[in-house]
Design a protein around this ligand. Structure first.
Ligand code: ADP
Ligand code: MG
Length: 264
């Protein structure tokens, strides 16, 4: 449906430019228009209209282009069509997750934007459940954003200039069999007590309505049980946090699902 708008916009642009051309020609060959026409020109503020209409059309074009991209990345992100294990481009998953979160990353009236540094290594395609992996990336990135936002709310504008809020995403192929994705933030960090309970279902330090405490426990299951990888955390209160996902590049073929997985 976005394509109806997108596709027709270029025609709309051509037609309006033709019509404006026609008006121009009329003006040229009719130096003394009828008073009623003059009144009409005045009423609709023709000069302004001529200038504004093409601008409106082009911003509509930019808007639909953006909608197209978001729809594409949502489709890419959810991979609803792919319940199967498949070789996927991990960087594509990270990028579409970031695109979905872009609204939370950009500058707001009360704080600067959050910078995202990508250190993408040379990764092979990785066999995994793309939809699930993207969900994990979403959980970890959303937590990182929450953490830097909390740190920003406790900081001053000057301090923010020296230590801008940042999220760093590093991917590496650690050996022949596995890859790693590290997501680091310079947010509020965690105490040892919080770190000890991090992966427990329903454990949250966020206010009611904001946190469910399920993100990390679901992520842990997805990585450790479904992909037979690992999810580890390093954190220091007031410094920041780093989560590292390690997953095998190839999953063992014909693995029997565990009883727990079957039950799902
Ligand atoms: N990047 C992070 N920085 C600081 N604390 C974090 C980070 N990620 C997770 N946490 C802590 O772990 C808790 C559990 O996270 P999660 O399972 O995603 O639940 P939720 O985000 O809904 O609270 C959070 O409430 C927070 O205290
Ligand atoms: Mg969370």
């Amino acid at each position: 449906p976005v394509n109806f708008i997108y596709g027709n916009l270029s025609h709309a642009r051509d037609y309006t430019s033709d019509l404006l051309d026609l008006v121009q020609t009329y003006e040229q060959y009719t130096p003394q228009p009828h008073p009623q026409i003059l009144a009409k020109i005045d009423e609709i503020d023709l000069d302004f209209l001529k200038e504004d209409l093409p601008k409106i059309l082009s911003s509509m074009r930019v808007g639909t282009e953006r909608i197209r991209q978001i729809v594409l990345s949502l489709r890419n992100f959810s991979r609803l069509d792919e319940a199967e294990m498949k070789p996927v481009d991990i960087h594509e998953g990270i990028d579409s997750t970031l695109l979905i979160l872009q609204n939370r990353l950009k500058a707001k009236p009360d704080h600067p934007g959050i910078c995202v540094i990508k250190n993408y290594g040379n990764l092979p395609l990785v066999e995994c459940y793309a939809g699930q992996l993207n969900q994990v990336l979403m959980n970890l990135l959303a937590n990182a954003i929450d953490a830097v936002e909390s740190a920003m709310s406790q900081s001053t504008p000057d301090a923010l200039k020296i230590h801008p809020p940042c999220i760093q995403i590093t991917t590496t192929q650690s050996d022949r069999e596995q890859i790693q994705i590290a997501i680091a933030d310079n947010g509020i960090g965690m105490s040892d007590a919080v770190q000890a309970r991090l992966f427990n279902p329903f454990f949250t330090t966020k206010p009611v309505g904001k946190g469910t405490g399920l993100g990390l426990s679901i992520s842990y299951q997805a990585i450790v049980e479904r992909h037979r990888g690992s999810l580890t955390c390093w954190s220091k209160l007031g410094k920041g946090t780093e989560f590292t996902i390690t997953i095998p590049i190839h999953q063992t073929p014909n693995r029997q699902p565990s009883e727990r997985e079957k039950a799902r």
